[in-house]
Design a protein around this ligand. Structure first.
Ligand code: FAD
Length: 509
């Protein structure tokens, strides 16, 4: 078959490689000048020879958990097929370091000691417990349920899909508002608890993982490696699709911006683009009412990242050095992420400031120059107890306001949206298929985009037993199981080695 794919994010690239493996012809159209979409490593000019100075403006870390198994399998697939220069090396990502801090209401305490922060007006029976401990009392049974069996656990959490996590804490757990606000401030970002109960539980499941990884040299190396396996003449960058037409014989014609007369016809098409991008293609078939609603209404959470390049890695040199992990604050910058790459290096370094939801959208109305100034001011306040002069250290800034990009952020559904849109948004319309992170049960993760791409290609080819990319190398040994189908693999776990450069993965006991 001749298949057109719109979008060269990880969902589009994964679908393309999968279809190519199955012997089909694929053509990809990408609006931007680069592949990767929300996977985006920004490099700063280096100060010293051989220094590679970067930060992750998009995806940056992957939990070493079976929910992300297909991501690791994909790395294995790429490493088996790409040239030596393109091979990917996974290195540990440090989610939390012992010297990371909370800085709230002008007081600095360790992450495990949020109960030490004074002046919070918590009711007597909620005092003396950290925000984490309070949250754990509520979510641990749900996390346990998902860990035992994700499919069954997800069904169970959907019973509360119509309410937000905040409403659950208020109405079911009977927490006072002040306690909810305290826990949200310390453990999440502003107004995130107004999102669907299911989203917040699944998010906590991911962050419950102890070990994490990232890609040495930057996450963008992943989509670049994937693109290197595709025929470059069939990968069209700077080519936004602006028109989709269903022909009388069922085939699909795609038109691109700047080339309205020039359309290309395909047997089938996969739209691997976020709903906001699809919403902007007005020249397309009018799909059923609830499908249209899902494209219009699926809620995406704003995200804001700013990378600040400093002369030294001063955060690794103080009295309480942070080697990776992140500190949290009630200042505008919210999360300070210390890099996990080049730990202990004596060159320059990049600090990442990261915010979500209302904390992210608050940056939107501020002109860029002022954003950088505010970020530096907040950092100086945070590091006031050290001798660091932030402005002396500062070299350059780069930021991405993801709410202003075509994806508008990451999918984080409002209460009821899993029930309203979860199924209908994925349904094919004639020979038009849909893929992307927002169509999985695992929003905000690359693994979700991969799961969705595999499901979509399996449905397009009518092959429910399709193995994902790289899964072929870790099929159960002969005789261990009948066959390694997609469904069967859900119940099999594998050891993911610390470095994924090994050719094979051992099967777990
Ligand atoms: C700030 C941030 C941090 C994140 N952190 C992590 C993390 O640590 N770990 C993790 O696993 N995930 C993380 N994610 C999520 C992860 O990046 C996404 O889930 C995933 O990359 C989405 O892939 P996708 O292919 O579905 O969509 P996208 O990456 O959005 O790809 C869609 C592509 O379609 C293109 N496009 C749009 N419209 C058109 C058009 N009309 N014609 C042609 N092309 C078009 C876009 O340019 C884009 O390249 C993060 C995301 C963000 C934004």
């Amino acid at each position: 078959m001749d298949i057109g794919i719109v979008g060269a994010g990880i969902a589009g690239l994964y679908a393309a490689l999968l279809l190519r493996r199955e012997g089909h012809k694929v053509t990809i159209f990408e609006a931007s000048h680069r592949v990767g979409g929300r996977i985006y490593t920004h490099r700063f000019p280096s100060l010293f020879e051989d220094e590679d100075v970067y930060y992750e403006a998009g995806a940056m870390r992957i939990p070493r958990s079976s929910l992300h198994l297909r991501f690791y399998q994909f790395i294995r697939y790429l490493n088996t097929h790409v040239s030596r220069q393109k091979k990917l090396e996974l290195i540990p990502y440090i989610l939390e370091h012992q010297n990371n801090d909370f800085f709230v209401r002008g007081q600095k305490v360790r992450l495990s000691e949020s109960d030490q922060i004074k002046d919070l007006d918590l009711p007597e029976n909620f005092r003396g417990k950290s925000a984490r401990a309070l949250l754990a009392e509520v979510i641990t049974p749900w996390i346990q349920m998902l860990n035992d069996d994700f499919d069954k656990g997800f069904e169970k959490i959907l019973e509360y899909d119509e309410i937000s996590f905040r409403q659950y804490l208020r109405l079911v757990c009977e927490w006072p508002h002040v306690v909810i606000d305290f826990v949200e401030l310390m453990a999440s970002q502003t107004n995130q608890y107004d999102l669907s109960f299911a989203e917040i539980i699944v998010q906590n499941l991911d962050f419950d993982t102890k070990e994490w990884t990232t890609i040495r040299g930057g996450m963008s190396r992943l989509p670049e490696a994937a693109a290197s396996l595709l025929d470059r003449t069939n990968l069209h960058l700077n080519t936004p699709i602006t028109g989709i037409t269903e022909l009388d014989d069922g085939r699909i014609s795609l038109r691109s911006f700047g080339n309205p007369g020039d359309s290309t016809i395909f047997d089938k098409v996969i739209l691997a683009i976020p709903p906001a991008a699809l919403h902007n293609i007005d020249d397309r078939p009018l799909w059923p009412f609830m499908k249209q609603q899902s494209i219009r209404a699926a809620h995406f959470e704003p995200l804001y990242k700013i990378g600040l390049h400093f002369r030294t890695r001063f955060w690794e040199h103080g009295a309480r050095p942070s080697f990776g992990g992140q500190s949290m604050t009630d200042l505008r910058i919210r999360w300070i992420v210390y890099p996990s790459n080049d730990l202990g290096g004596d060159g320059s370094g990049v600090l990442l400031l990261y915010s979500w939801m209302t904390d992210a959208s608050r940056w939107q109305s501020i002109p860029r120059k002022q954003r950088v100034e505010l970020a530096l001011d907040d950092l100086q306040t945070f590091f006031a107890d050290s001798s660091v002069n932030i402005r002396d250290q500062f070299i350059a800034a780069h930021d991405v306001m993801w709410s202003c990009e075509n994806a508008t952020g990451d999918a984080m559904f409002l209460p009821g949206q899993f029930s309203r849109f979860g199924h209908v948004a994925k349904l094919q319309e004639g020979n038009v298929y849909f893929a992307g992170e927002h169509l999985s049960r695992h929003h905000t993760w690359m693994a979700g985009a991969i799961d969705s791409a595999l499901e979509t290609v399996a449905s397009l080819l009518g092959r429910q037993d399709m193995a994902g990319l790289g899964e072929e190398y870790i099929r159960p040994k002969e005789g261990a199981r009948d066959e390694g189908t997609v469904n069967l693999c859900r119940s099999i776990s594998y050891v993911i080695p610390p470095h994924n450069n090994l050719q094979y993965v051992e099967e777990a006991k």
